[in-house]
Design a protein around this ligand. Structure first.
Ligand code: FAD
Length: 296
């Protein structure tokens, strides 16, 4: 199923994101996680792709996406990065995805690692999006976008100009980088709509539930933390259970506000944490159901 059609029939699309287990961890771990996540009603599940991972590590994305489709009958989205791949390698991956009947791909450039020289076939995610559509136009291609701007870009306006190229290359739907202040998302939405980008935007929300996550998220993703949230995080920094509750509460409140402001989609970065994903989803599920059952 081409998931871009979901936006024609639903007011709010809800999705989850999982990642393949690390190299040293058994693949069975993710099978157990998925088994438990199956209880959460969602429209699709996306599976991340390790840009710098080994060949077998990267194959896990396709394997897990395929399992989500065949065993759980949920539509999967396979992430795919291009920074460390040449055209031949991407062709092989696309053939595997097609063989496994995976129709939706989140086309990404991937982060440039200081220790791995990028390959030259694909400079930007838009190059990958175009290549996928030329390879087989029946693939549905999604892309990433950044409410606070991508860290390599000098301004949000310039980043949005680049985003237009991504859309012109065949991307039908965008998922945002995580953010903790909805004001950034609303300002960004105004700017991209004014720039003529009209595809559905899925707001990416990540609950912060332990102190290790905080610094990593801010340095890796460039997401700013509003004062009211950093005060809470500092207060409970040494009380893990309280910090978890506070993080779940904050993410739920963010989602409630987005729903009240007619967001088109919410993408929950689960971090493979079933308990957290379940608690958050339970709090908003009835609201999503109610919105989807309302007349226009
Ligand atoms: P691009 O769209 O190529 O943008 C990268 C930079 O290049 C930006 O600054 C942009 O403004 C600029 N740019 C784009 N096009 C042009 C152009 N034509 N000319 C000049 N400049 C241009 N990483 C992983 O490794 N695996 C994952 O599974 C993964 N999943 C992700 C999911 C989501 C929803 C998001 C938001 C990010 C994800 N990432 C993942 C991280 C992502 O790979 C990085 O953020 C990466 O740095 C940029 O990827 P991109 O696809 O946005 O790149």
């Amino acid at each position: 199923m081409n998931i871009s059609t979901l936006f024609d029939i639903k007011k709010v699309v809800f999705s989850l994101e999982v990642f393949p287990p690390k190299k040293e961890t058994s693949i069975n771990v993710i099978y157990n996680t998925l088994l438990k996540l199956r209880g959460i009603p969602c429209d699709f599940i996306s599976v991340t792709y390790g840009a710098g991972g080994s060949e077998t590590q990267r194959e896990k994305t396709c394997e897990i996406a395929s399992l989500i489709r065949t065993n759980y009958h949920i539509e999967p989205v396979s992430h795919l990065t291009c920074v460390n791949s040449d055209k031949g390698e991407i062709r092989e991956t696309l053939a595997k995805l097609k063989e496994n009947k995976i129709q939706n791909i989140l086309a990404l450039r991937g982060d440039i690692s200081p220790s791995v020289l990028p390959k030259k076939d694909f400079l930007h995610a838009s190059d990958l999006a175009r290549f996928i559509k030329e390879y087989d136009s029946s693939f549905n291609v999604l892309g990433a976008c950044y409410p606070e701007g991508h860290c390599e870009c000098s301004s949000i306006e310039e980043d949005i100009e680049h985003l237009k190229i991504k859309i012109d290359s065949g991307v039908t739907h965008l998922i945002t980088q995580l953010f903790f202040d909805n004001a950034h998302f609303y300002t960004y939405m105004d700017k991209i709509r004014k720039a003529g980008i009209n595809v559905p935007i899925h707001a990416g929300i990540m609950p912060i539930v332990n102190s290790n996550q905080i610094e990593r998220m801010v340095t890796m993703c460039g997401a700013s933390i509003p004062n009211k949230f950093s005060t809470v995080l500092n207060r409970y920094a040494h009380k893990p259970e309280a910090l978890k509750d506070a993080g779940i509460f904050y993410a739920t409140e963010q989602m409630m506000d987005l729903l009240e402001n007619d967001v088109e989609g919410i993408h929950l970065y689960t971090m493979n944490n079933v308990e957290v994903a379940t608690r958050i989803s339970e709090s908003i599920q009835n609201i999503i159901l109610a919105k989807n059952s309302m007349e226009n």
